[in-house]
Design a binder for this molecule. Structure first.
Ligand code: GLP
Length: 245
């Protein structure tokens, strides 16, 4: 894993925005995998800035988001689709038909998960997958468990994860859906390149275990060690338990 540590969150967003922008410039029809959460918000703002000020264009790019809550419409303010519209899709020139999302309202959720895998494969796979990390080491919504499901699947969320996601639901964990759809660790590991981003001291322990610890389903992020092109973007607090400069 290639570690990149920055003094603060703002510098992480700058560097990661530039990293994504250069991948898009190099390959305008790139297939991007995208995360939600508080962490990537500043990076999405940076992409918007590069779009407005430097003419960075996403017009030929395609995107696949990692996950979505079950039972929420894309226009529900708690949905990840709504989050992405607000923080990225409405602010750059992505073509709506090239934005791909899991539909948490699908009549048959298993069929929906298979559809997503097919759509990813049809575009030749994800070129660059950006990832956040949950404080329990989840990636997308792949929660720590005895076993992990490789492909896109239907998941039950842990209580801690629902608490961590409460901000989008007026701060009330009880309003956070109990289920979600998520790319599997296999879906994620099939991407050409992976970038994990984490900021803040709250992530220090799971980052240390992700980078240095054994590969275990108890920490889904540890599976990233098995991919040959992983970059990890951290601020100092998130890197505080790693002995790196
Ligand atoms: C959610 C998402 C994850 C994300 C995590 C971390 O659980 N499903 O993909 O990585 O939140 O969020 P934050 O960046 O707010 O810590």
């Amino acid at each position: 894993m290639k570690l990149r540590v920055f003094d603060n969150e703002e510098l992480v967003a700058r560097a990661l925005g530039e990293r994504i922008a250069s991948a898009v410039r190099q390959r305008p029809n790139i297939v991007l995998g995208l995360p939600t959460g508080r962490t990537p918000i500043a990076t999405y703002a940076e992409l918007r800035r590069l779009h407005l000020e430097q003419g960075l264009s996403f017009a030929r790019a395609s995107t696949f988001n990692l996950d979505e809550f079950v039972g929420l419409h894309g226009r529900h303010p708690g949905s990840f689709r709504f989050f992405m519209q607000r923080h990225l899709f409405d602010t750059v020139d992505l073509a709506p038909e090239r934005i791909h999302f899991l539909d948490g309202m699908a009549a048959d959720l298993d069929v929906e998960c298979e559809r997503y895998e097919r759509d990813i494969a049809a575009l030749g796979g994800i070129d660059l997958q950006v990832l956040g990390i949950g404080s329990n080491g989840h990636i997308g919504f792949n929660e720590p468990a005895e076993e992990l499901v490789a492909n896109t699947h239907h998941v039950e969320l842990h209580e801690g994860t629902r608490r961590d996601n409460a901000a989008q639901f007026g701060g009330d964990p009880a309003r956070v859906p109990r289920e979600a759809l998520s790319m599997g660790m296999g879906t994620i590991l099939r991407a050409g390149a992976l970038i994990l981003v984490a900021t803040g001291e709250r992530k220090a322990r799971c980052i240390e275990r992700t980078v240095r610890g054994p590969v275990t389903t108890r920490l889904p992020a540890s599976f990233l060690q098995m991919h040959r092109a992983v970059e990890v973007y951290l601020d100092r607090p998130a890197a505080s338990l790693l002995a790196v400069e």
